[in-house]
Design a protein around this ligand. Sequence first.
Ligand code: NAP
Length: 349
Amino acid sequence: MSRAIEVGVLGATGMVGQQFLALLAGHPWFTPTWLAASERSEGKRYGDAAAWRLAGPAPEGVPDRVVESATPGMGPKLVFSALDASVAGDLEREFAEAGHVVVSNARNHRMDAVVPLLVPEVNADHLALLEGQRAARGWKGLIVTNPNCSTVMLTMALAPLRQFDLRACLVTTLQAVSGAGYPGVPSYDILGNVIPFISGEEEKIESETRKILGAAEAAGVTLHPVAVSASTTRVPVIDGHTESVSVSLGARPQAEDLRQAFEAFRGLPQELELPSAPPRPLLYLDAPNRPQPRFDAGRDGGMAVSIGRLRPCRVLDWKFFVLGHNTVRGAAGAAILNAELMLAQGWLD
Ligand code: NAP
């Protein structure tokens, strides 16, 4: 890339929007020139519309930027979306109709047959669905999505197990409060507590996982046959979703085979050396008490997923823990990696 291209951020004032601005500061390929949010924030100085909630100061210049109206046709061709799901469905479609390439975090379009639900290390080939999207929707632009935050880490851990005939997966999540946006869960509800319900989350993990691990064809994706059963909880952790995972495998691999499969796992982002690609997407941690969110969620800038405690399961075959940074690898970083892949493969020309 000889020159960075201009990008916009829809929902720039929210939890994920802030993570976008943090990750895009100094990005070699993308420069955020247009920040948009709701009518509540529109026309205000960013620093007045949104309190900065990430560690460290807001990127230089951001607090003085004026928040724009989220109007389709305004702003750069490439827009990242961190819109609230209550408005993302219609607004993202309207942006795509107006010619924007929308790279979204929101759930609304993820399960649309002609919308790629991407984890670039796992299913970069699903970008081929965009041909079907152009034909079926007739939008001047495009929509590409990244999965729910818990699903990103889960699919990265399951992808290298497909070679062992992955048949079933039980997953229980321990999800950080930043995953609920701001203000999110009231402190009185979450401090010293565990909440065994996150609306819609289990269904998303169970359906999105099968689409991501599935095979893309022109008209859509054939879902992977793995049976997934998810239980989700909210815990008093700021950043980093932990997942306890058990899997059933038709083949009979040994622990060392699985460990090697995790450690050898690489994808197109590593081959293409995309700017946000961690050199090793999966890090196997040997210490018996890792991974832990406070120490491991930020590995490789939050883009690497940590795995640990691989051991036999008496009900299924094997069990282990997975951890990833929910607003980086599970949201803004995931979308930025998607856009890098799209740029590298000519989808933004
Ligand atoms: P959030 O903190 O509540 O932020 C929502 C953003 O949407 C704000 O910038 C808000 O602007 C904007 N917005 C709301 N209504 C709007 C409208 N009518 N027009 C334009 N902008 C509007 O939520 P979040 O946690 O950042 O999540 C953003 C999206 O990412 C959601 O769809 C969420 O499900 C998804 N996601 C989140 C995570 C995570 O870990 N947090 C992970 C994966 C995916 P104002 O500030 O002006 O109200």
